[in-house]
Every structure is written in structure tokens, then in C-alpha cells.
Design a protein. Structure first.
Length: 259
């Protein structure tokens, strides 16, 4: 279960082609996910989107929370909060917050992005350290990346097997390179009914969390919302599955084939 919210957040990121599309989300969007670890109903994760301002810049503010519940919390307690402030017009991250407690493993990090200076200031509040990190114009944080891609890109010309790379900054390890491969379309059964999804496979770092480089598969709704519907992952110990469990405030209709 360690770093479960990072695993969950990867579900949101999807491959792209540069085309204009109707907005994929709006303020007030709320998503809830039920996460299973093996046979246990291990935790729930939520994403809440609202509006705010930073230095007079209009931004969206997304808050992601993940927490173990019930029997699973006896073995491993997770209490994670992630926040991102990103531009309403350009989608660029301006502030990122990561506060986690995963079985006693804790982090308390804040990142402020200064795009006009191509730099980010990362504050490690737990250890009293500060880092000045060079960044480029396209870098995203863990949460802003998903909304940036959802709102601006589609898959009309994306071919099966094609991959993209993305740079993200969300930790004191520096800029993280992330690769994602498109596997095609698939209809899956959910608690809401059958949903046609776009299927992806991220290429992730093996050993620390995942079982192997391509051990994670995710499904995103094939509609204008492009919301995550399911994730499956083989971890270094055990397996994980997350399913969309509730939603509210979607900008577009959530397409369900059959209830």
C-alpha cells in the first residue's frame, strides 16, 4: 500500500494528440475511487476541484485525498493529501502540496513554480530544507498533468502502440520522466453499467513500488470527460485495483452503454 495515492494519480494521465476539444471539466467536479489491495477493500480516494487565485492569477485548486479504511488500516495506515493550483487558461502548475503518512513514512512538501524564471522552489517542511530546481515550460505536477491533458487533447489520431513522454515534478527527487502507451479501446463493466474506455499502460520504475516496468494498466472513459474508471497494478508485494465509485459535477455526460 505504500505510495498508494501516487499509483492512483497515475490513473488520470493519458496520451494525447494536439487538437482543440470542448472543456473536459469544471469547478465542482468530484470523483471518488474505491481501492482494493488483494481481497481487502483497502481505501478510498477522492478528487475535489474548485477555483481560486494565486498572485492574482485565476487558478483551479484540486485536492486529492487517500486514506485506508476498515480492516486494511490495521496492517498499514495511509493518510495522504495532495493539492495542486494550476492556471485556468494555460494549465500550468503554480503550487503543489504533498502531505503524506504511509505506515509512518511521512513527507511534507510544497513546490512553487516560477515559469518566467524557469525554476521551481521546493520546500521540504519535514526536514527544513529548500531546493531550487530548474524546470522547463511544459513541466507539470502530479495532479495538474491530468487536468491539462484532459482539457486540451484527444485521441482521434492516436495509434495503438504509440507512446508519449511527460516531465513531472512532485518530489525532492527532481523532475520525473513518465512514458505512457495507448493500448486501444475496451468496454468494461462498472457499478454504473458498461462503459467504453480508452486503455493505457504507463511504463513505470520497477522495484520500489511496482512489480515490473509494465505492471500497471488503466482505463479512462471514452467521452468528453476523460475521467479515470479503473486501474490495475501488480505491486512489489501483492496487487491493487481501483474503481470509480462515485462522481458529481461532471462538465459533460458520462456515457454508459448499459446499466
Amino acid at each position: 500500500m505504500k505510495k498508494v495515492f501516487i499509483i492512483f494519480s497515475l490513473l488520470l494521465i493519458m496520451p494525447i494528440t494536439a487538437q482543440k476539444h470542448p472543456p473536459a471539466f469544471k469547478s465542482g467536479e468530484w470523483l471518488k475511487f474505491r481501492i482494493h489491495y488483494g481481497f481487502l477493500n483497502a481505501s478510498y480516494a477522492t478528487l475535489n476541484l474548485s477555483t481560486d487565485t494565486i498572485d492574482n492569477i485565476p487558478v483551479y485548486h484540486v485536492v486529492g485525498r487517500g486514506k485506508t479504511t476498515g480492516f486494511a488500516s490495521i496492517f498499514f495506515k495511509v493518510d495522504d493529501t495532495y493539492e495542486s493550483y494550476f492556471g485556468r487558461t494555460d494549465g500550468k502548475p503554480y503550487r503543489f502540496i504533498r502531505k503524506i503518512n504511509e505506515g509512518g513514512y511521512t513527507k511534507d512538501i510544497e513546490i512553487d513554480f516560477y515559469h518566467n524564471e524557469d525554476r521551481a522552489i521546493l520546500k521540504d517542511n519535514k526536514n527544513g530544507k529548500e531546493f531550487d530546481i530548474p524546470v522547463h515550460d511544459k513541466v507539470q505536477d502530479l495532479l495538474s498533468a491530468s487536468y491539462y491533458l484532459r482539457n486540451r487533447y484527444g485521441l482521434e489520431e492516436f495509434e495503438v502502440g504509440q507512446s508519449i513522454d511527460m516531465d513531472m515534478l512532485f518530489d525532492d527527487d527532481g523532475v520525473y520522466k513518465f512514458k505512457l502507451k495507448f493500448l486501444g479501446k475496451e468496454v468494461i463493466r462498472t457499478k454504473f453499467g458498461k462503459v467504453e474506455c480508452l486503455k493505457f499502460r504507463p511504463v513505470v520504475q520497477s522495484g520500489r513500488v511496482f512489480k515490473e516496468n509494465e505492471s500497471l494498466t488503466l482505463w479512462v472513459s471514452n467521452d468528453l470527460n476523460k475521467i479515470p474508471v479503473r486501474i490495475k497494478a501488480d505491486l512489489a508485494v501483492g496487487s491493487l485495483k481501483a474503481d470509480l465509485d462515485g462522481y458529481n459535477g461532471l462538465r459533460n455526460q458520462f456515457k454508459i452503454i448499459m446499466r
